[in-house]
Design a protein around this ligand. Structure first.
Ligand code: XMP
Length: 509
């Protein structure tokens, strides 16, 4: 494994992702991880990430200098390169101008780091400070017009540093450089694949659970589905999955989940589908305010889950589908907390259990998907769109009724089907239909109609914190509009939402 020491840079997750794309397992850990701990973990290499600080700043994150005595290869990136310089008694200075953007860098192709890299290639720079004087024993291995030390190395000690960011796509041969560090310098074999993750996880879960009982709240989403399958492969019938069908799921979704996890599926587990559609509709009757709707659904969900869990008796472990970005974003591997994610640390207090199990805690979303496929989950579950807990209720503006849910399910189904047929489904971050509470006049045949308007939404996004409206081809939108108006009762108008986030949110409520 490789350790990515986190100094608070914005691309840190990306570094970890790139390393794993080279089939090398890595973990992002805080910059102040002790040297003893590092030694114990015995990594094949260490990467220092970038970070916003200047190495001379009072609060600047520094790691222990003894790290250089471990004889473990180290690659410093941006701030990490400057820190390596500083700790090894070189000199870093503040440049007059910030170097930012795509920059042509000429590299010494005889360096192990730049093996098979073209001599002059485009790299992404984003720094103000720069390396002025090399630490003893180092040589310059790349430079740019305004950066005399774009890379340096002490090959005998396996210490490498780059001022630019090899992890971002703008650095054209960045992945090659990272791969060179991992394979040529660290000697990694590049044999970390999902099947080995699956095997190791199953064994680790068995060791931990023993003969205990495990409970999982299955939502049908990618993360909880993959977590559930992994658990079922590990402990079989010791696992009970409770699937609450609150009547706010997408068309056919409840049945699809049941097909895979229920008695007809091939998995060995206890599956409980709780059909409480009517219970939720009656709680939601007459409620229009978005936050009130969310609160009712959240509370009712917990109540149902609690009732079902009680029937099982004592539970030893509760499964959560936490994934790696949640863990990193929650600040466990970083000096500064960006946001606290609800999945991490906040244990549900409505079920008595001894311990939590988070089998996907170390995986990125695409790795969760690969694991799902590896475990034999069908593609439609593995590539499922992100879907909020309150479900269609927050895509129906105003009061939720069974009739409105049915209208929206049908319209959304057509929309999703058309985008899938056009092959756009994997390119777009999120897409769905919403039911506005607006009715308007139309004409169908020779008849006047007075019906609902459906809004279609599609956004591109990397993190769901900000998003842009996707520019869907007009013919596809036209086809969706035609089909929805023709095939879905009570709809006579289709609108496309071209608002970004901000100022809108992705969901409608
Ligand atoms: P917004 O609407 O806030 O959505 O721009 C950002 C992302 O979060 C999802 N979302 C939720 N997910 N429970 C969830 O599990 C929720 O209550 C919830 N609300 C929004 C939304 O689908 C989008 O991906």
């Amino acid at each position: 494994m490789v350790i990515v020491l986190d100094f608070g840079g914005q691309y840190n997750q990306l570094i970890a992702r790139r390393v794993r794309e080279c089939n090398v397992y890595c973990e992002v850990l805080p910059y102040n991880l002790s040297v003893e701990k590092i030694k114990e973990m015995n990594p094949k290499g260490i990467i220092f990430t970038g970070g916003p600080a200047s190495v001379y700043a009072e609060e600047a994150p520094h790691c222990d200098k003894k790290i250089f005595e471990l004889n473990i290869p180290i690659l410093g990136i941006c701030y990490g390169a400057q820190l390596m310089t500083h700790l090894l008694s070189g000199q870093v200075v503040s440049a007059d101008v910030r170097e930012y953007g795509k920059t042509e860098v000429s590299a010494n192709v005889n360096s192990k780091l730049f093996k098979d890299v073209t001599e002059n290639s485009i790299c992404w720079m984003s720094h103000t400070d720069r390396i002025e004087q090399l630490p003893e024993g180092f040589v310059v291995s790349a430079k740019s017009d305004s950066c005399p030390v774009a890379a340096m190395e002490h090959a005998a000690k396996n210490l490498y540093a780059v001022q630019f960011h090899p992890e971002v796509v703008h650095t054209q041969e960045g992945t090659k450089m990272l791969r060179n560090f991992l394979y040529e310098v660290c000697g990694c074999a590049g044999d970390w694949i999902m099947s080995s993750f699956v095997e190791e996880s199953i064994q680790a879960i068995r060791d931990k659970v023993g003969s205990g009982k495990v409970l999982c709240a299955l939502s049908g989403g990618v993360d909880s589905s993959v977590a559930a399958v992994l658990l079922s492969k590990a402990v079989g019938k010791q696992l009970t999955c409770i699937f609450v069908d609150h009547g706010l799921l997408r068309k056919n979704e409840g049945d699809e989940v049941e097909k895979v996890f229920g008695p007809e599926g091939s998995l060995d587990l206890n599956f409980v589908r709780v059909n409480v559609q009517e219970r939720f509709y009656s709680k939601l009757a007459g409620v229009e305010e978005p936050e009130a709707k969310r609160k009712i659904i959240g509370e009712e969900f917990i109540r149902v889950f609690e009732e079902e869990a009680k029937k099982i008796g004592t539970v030893d472990f509760l499964v959560q589908g936490t994934i790696y970005p949640d863990v990193i974003e929650s600040g466990l591997g970083k000096s500064a907390v960006i946001k606290s994610h609800h999945n991490v640390g906040g244990l549900p207090d409505y079920v008595d259990f001894k311990e939590i199990i988070e089998p996907l805690r170390l995986l990125f979303k695409d790795e969760v998907r690969k694991t799902g496929l590896e475990l034999g989950l069908p593609e439609y579950l593995v590539y499922r769109q992100p879907f909020p807990g309150p479900g269609l209720a927050i895509r129906i503006i105003g009061e939720v009724t069974a009739e409105k849910v049915a209208i929206l399910q049908d319209a959304d189904f057509i929309y999703r089907q058309e985008l899938e047929n056009a092959g756009l489904n994997k390119e777009i971050g999120q897409y769905f239909a919403a039911l506005t509470n607006m009715r308007s006049v139309g004409v169908m045949g020779d008849e006047r109609t007075y019906d609902y308007a459906i809004a279609l939404r599609a956004v591109t996004t990397t993190d769901f914190m900000t998003a842009e409206a996707a520019e869907l081809p007009w013919d596809i939108l036209g086809k969706c509009s035609n089909r929805i108006v023709n095939e879905v009762k009570s709809v006579n108008r289709v609108l496309y939402d071209c608002t970004g986030k901000p100022p809108a949110t992705i969901e409608f409520e």
